[in-house]
Write a protein that binds this ligand. Structure first.
Ligand code: PEP
Length: 254
């Protein structure tokens, strides 16, 4: 059975002090058995080293929101995979739509980062998703397929299941508009079919595909109940313990 992965993308929120306070109350509230659910928090770079000791001994894994595709060098402002590992990161978000939209990340660049993350022992959460204009034009499947094919380029089958795919329709991110469970399920099933054609049905059956886009306690149960939705990448609602905890609970299979 595939695990359910619930990841919180803090984006550019919470300084080091706020991180300590949040992690303390969040881990205190995680009193229930997580069963099949893996929980990940992805704070800003400056909070990773603060979060690491606070998460030690808890079931919560640490992730970053971006990384350089280079190992080291004269790349001012960049953070290398090895640096993320040195502060306890297991996961790294790659190709979030905000990075594609505001920082010019391309499908090729996302593929480089995915391959570098895998080679460095990090688990990439690779984001794909269509804009509102693309959905309205009826090209969702072709846009998302192009992104998925690109991110897996030159990734060998034995590594493919270490990639977590996050399907995040751009029009649903931070807008309060959620894809209906049926809309999300349709794209997730299409992605799983594509992974079958790229690799095999065995690999497609093992790969985790998260949904992201205004996931909240009110819609999480229905979204996570869809057969091909294996978790959530949560933005706004992960910033408060009161809203993140019920989303995690929604991922626990009965
Ligand atoms: C995200 O940042 O990946 C995201 C899905 O944000 P939100 O939940 O706020 O829409």
């Amino acid at each position: 059975m595939r695990p359910t992965i619930i990841a919180g993308n803090w984006k550019m929120f919470k300084d080091a002090h706020e991180t300590s306070a949040f992690i303390a109350s969040f881990t205190k509230a995680l009193t229930f058995e997580l069963k099949n659910v893996k929980v990940v928090v992805c704070p800003p770079f400056t909070s990773l080293a603060v979060a690491q000791p606070l998460l030690a001994g808890t079931p919560v894994a640490l992730g970053a929101q971006n990384m350089s595709p280079e190992d080291e060098g004269a790349f001012t402002g960049e953070i290398a995979p090895k640096m993320l590992k040195s502060v306890g990161c297991t996961y790294v978000i790659i190709g979030h739509s905000e990075r594609r939209q505001y920082f010019g990340e391309t499908n090729d660049g996302v593929n480089r980062k995915v391959r570098k993350a895998l080679a460095s022992g990090l688990l990439p959460i690779a984001c794909v998703g269509e804009t509102l204009e693309e959905r309205e034009k009826g090209v969702t499947d072709s846009v998302v397929s192009t992104q998925v094919k690109a991110l897996f380029k030159d990734v060998p089958e034995q590594d493919a299941t270490r990639v977590v795919i996050a399907y995040e329709p751009v029009w649903a991110i931070g807008t309060g508009k959620t894809a209906t469970p049926e809309q999300a399920q349709a794209v997730h099933a299409m992605i799983r079919g594509l992974v079958t054609s790229l690799y095999s049905s065995e690999t497609a059956g093992r790969i985790v595909i998260q949904y992201g886009g205004s996931v909240k306690p009110e819609n999480a149960v229905e979204l996570l109940g869809q057969p091909d939705i294996d978790g959530a990448l949560v933005g706004g609602a992960c910033l408060k313990v009161e809203s993140f905890i019920p989303i995690i609970r929604a991922g626990i299979a009965p």
